[in-house]
Design a protein around this ligand. Sequence first.
Ligand SMILES: Cc1ncc(COP(=O)(O)O)c(C=O)c1O
Length: 356
Amino acid sequence: MSAYNIEIQKIKKSRRDSVDFNQLKFGDRFADHMFECEYKNGEWSNFKIKPYGPIQMMPSANILHYGQGVFEGMKAFCHKDGKVNIFRPDKHYERFNRSCKRMNIPEVPKELFISALKTLVDLDRKWVPIDRFKSLYIRPFVVATEEFLGLKTSTTYKFLIITGPVGNYYSEGIKPVKLTTMPEYVRAVKGGFGDAKVPGNYAGSLLPADLALKQGYTQVMWLDAVEHKYVEEVGSMNMFFVIDDSVVTPPLGGTILPGVTRRSILDLCSEWGIKVSESKISVDELMDAHNAGLLSESFGSGTAAVVSPVGLIHHDGYNIELDREKMGPLAQRLYDGITSIHHGDAEPPADWCMII
Ligand SMILES: Cc1ncc(COP(=O)(O)O)c(C=O)c1O
């Protein structure tokens, strides 16, 4: 029983029938309800689930000018028996609160986060797609709302959760994506906030991402901000490489997002007896491995795409060509392993799934 009393105002008529669940894209459809509460005078209050719709905020609100805010991205999946599985809520909550800390935002108590999440997803459970390649995307977020134009920490906030049914993240589906480096731009530096899920990281990546798209690439593969040579991550994915039968992923060092899917891959690999080295890897080492015929696979990991194969990496006029048609064997095994857990076809490790 939760200590948080959530008032529920139900929508008069569900909008679900107006959505074609066979044609879902990513991020453009929203379920009937949302959760909203406020922080003022040092505490969270006014817990409400209401129909999805506009929120009230003054034009001078901090988030609109200084960007004091954080967000999360997580998913719920449908099991064959109709149960709904919210994937790794504890890990998402931990990262959410770490992001809040970095942005000087008050902690959202775990019980509040989980209780709001469960109540909202349960109320809109008909919105969780049944299909294996689809899911309910869940977006918890906090925005600073104080009316004040001047650089200081807000004293008031809103914590909200919205959800919506989604299909594949990339238009390629689960076909290999094409990446390019862009050494003239960087995503994050040590001491900054590259390891927090906050709007500024993404706003700054939009111009380079658009330039990459115009040049025919799906996303930018970020290099480190100091030497411009070590692989960091991709727009919304952590990176993995298979070189000479060893698996390598860049280490968490404060500049990349500690992905929940990355963690799940490390856990599964360890369970399967596959060693993954968390170590720096330069784009030159990747090119050398490719030239020597040793780079057999590369893939990205993230909540949105789960496991996404990489078919090509462009760097400085040079193309690292991998399989352009299909996933490599490790990516496929991980994709199948994780999606089987999502959909209840495989036994999850303890604490991975919250079934409602
Ligand atoms: C910058 C960035 N890196 C990596 C990831 C992958 O993280 P996760 O697996 O938790 O979705 C994401 C997605 O949230 C991201 O935005």
